[in-house]
Design a protein. Structure first.
Length: 394
């Protein structure tokens, strides 16, 4: 299949996914007058061929043109600047295709990539087919680039490249371990001296292993979603999982987006359940019983903490995923979840400031809450900023 034929197939997928979205948005905005209003923004020749309100005759050029012409009035509320860029690129590609102009590999790939991104942004089911087309077009170029190197395979597989990544434990991760000790100090007051010594020796390993398991949960679901994980980094605030260049979980379809971010806390809850079973079977006061008790408490704490619905925690993204599924609009879901995150961050900052007058351990604990609230505010404001500058996600 030639590049020109591939672009034509991509444009057909774009039509199938874009037309229902465009028609729905027009009806939401203009009601029963949507058809007459649409005719008013079409060219004379397009208007003549557009059919009737009961049976409109959409083609991809008309759909793209309506989105472009009605951007400020209708589509700015549900799409971002990155999608506007895709619309412009796809209008140009459609004109080149209609005039039988040739497409290079790079131009065809870019057209199919823009198609996949736009369909993903509007949650169209055709997005998966567009991504498969992009992968199929990219594969020959990948083979050509790697064939000259005997140390690289012609194609990464799920068992190798998809599961190999760099693990980095930063020095600040140990400060995070110390912070968790401070926060959980009173929870360990019921243990005797020997048990505290045992936890002093095993505690850092338990904490780092639990945080690493959390990030491995993210990495696993990212891999299942078709992404390549580049590295996992453990730092003072916990850790993060980073995809390879060009791999961005924020652009995943709604379902995969939700499960990718829920997988971290979900892994902690699963570990807590397994440790609870061990605790029930172990002899009271034994090493397995003491260690498993701490594993249960720590993983329940990590899971619950990360499900607080604020950015940059997983809970903010989980809430955004739920809202995306409910509304079908990424921008609106981001606006609601980020606004709630800002409100909670502001409350946390004000309340922790008031509590800082307390002496001792409590003051340190509330100081950490205040610092975290500042992080929440900045992350939430960044999420709002991305609504108007979606090109940063590319």
């Amino acid at each position: 299949m030639t590049n020109h034929e591939l672009v034509g197939r991509a444009l057909e997928l774009l039509k199938q996914g874009l037309v229902p979205f465009v028609e729905r948005e027009l009806k939401n905005k203009h009601g029963q007058a949507w058809f007459e209003h649409t005719l008013s923004v079409l060219s004379e020749s397009q208007a003549r061929q557009f059919g009737t309100a009961d049976k409109p005759r959409w083609d991809v050029a008309t759909a793209l043109g309506v989105v472009w012409n009605e951007w400020d009035v209708v589509f700015r509320a549900s799409l971002g600047q990155a999608e506007r860029t895709h619309i412009r690129e796809l209008r140009d590609a459609r004109n080149r295709w209609a005039h039988q102009e040739p497409f290079s590999n790079d131009h065809a790939y870019r057209t199919i990539d823009s198609t996949a991104r736009l369909l993903t942004a509007i949650s169209a089911p055709e997005a998966s087919d567009a991504r498969k087309m992009k992968t199929n077009l990219q594969r020959p170029r990948f083979v050509e680039q790697t064939a000259q190197s005997a140390t690289r395979s012609s194609k990464p597989t799920k068992g190798t490249a998809a599961t190999s990544f760099e693990l980095k434990i930063g020095w600040s991760a140990w400060l995070g371990v110390a912070a968790l000790y401070v926060i959980s100090f009173r929870a360990l007051a019921h243990l005797d001296g020997g048990e505290r010594v045992l936890l002093a020796l095993t505690g850092p390993v338990i904490i780092l292993a639990s945080v690493l398991a959390h990030e491995l949960g993210h990495a696993f679901t990212m891999t299942i979603a078709g992404m390549k994980v580049q590295k996992i980094v453990l730092e003072i605030w916990g850790g993060y999982t980073q995809g390879a260049k060009g791999e961005n979980p924020f652009k995943l379809p709604t379902g995969k987006y939700f499960w990718t971010f829920f997988a971290g806390p979900g892994t902690n809850f699963l570990i807590a359940f397994i440790a609870f079973l061990v605790q029930r079977k172990a002899a009271p006061g034994s090493t397995p019983q003491v260690v498993s008790e701490v594993v249960v408490g720590l993983n329940l704490y990590l899971g619950a903490l990360n499900l607080i619905p604020v950015f940059p925690l997983d809970g903010g993204h989980v809430l955004r995923g739920i809202l995306m599924a409910m509304t079908g609009r990424r921008v609106l879901a981001t606006l609601i979840s980020a606004s709630l995150s800002i409100a909670l961050g502001a409350v946390g900052l004000i309340y922790s400031y008031d509590k800082l007058t307390t002496d001792g351990i409590s003051a340190l604990r509330w100081g950490l809450v205040g610092l975290f609230s500042v992080v929440v505010l900045f992350a939430s404001l960044q999420a709002l900023k991305n609504i108007f500058d979606r090109s940063a996600d590319r």
